[in-house]
Write a protein that binds this ligand. Structure first.
Ligand SMILES: [Zn+2]
Ligand SMILES: [Zn+2]
Ligand SMILES: [Zn+2]
Length: 89
């Protein structure tokens, strides 16, 4: 059994990040370090080895992929997918 099959069984969705164009399951971190408000916050992670939502390795300095529910807005400090600072699809 290889890693990708294991990850799919745990419920992760195979998807390509629209920001960095990497496969979310295999990328250790997003590589888009800035958004329109400046440097993105890199201190928020869940308790798993990899993010339950976007699949990055949970380590300070790594960046969540766009649309991850752990990502914090670096303007208002709220959950990035639910705040109103960035309006994008
Ligand atoms: Zn990404
Ligand atoms: Zn994430
Ligand atoms: Zn915000």
């Amino acid at each position: 059994m290889n890693l990708i099959i294991t990850e799919i069984k745990r419920g992760l969705i195979m998807a390509v990040c629209t920001d960095c164009n990497q496969e979310m399951i295999t990328a250790k971190s997003c590589n888009v370090t800035d958004n329109e408000f400046g440097k993105r916050d890199t201190r928020y992670f869940d308790v798993n080895e990899r993010c339950h939502d976007c699949g990055i390795v949970n380590k300070e300095g790594n960046l969540h992929h766009g649309g991850c529910d752990i990502e914090r807005c670096n303007r208002c400090g709220g959950q990035a997918i639910s705040c109103d600072c960035v309006q994008e699809s």
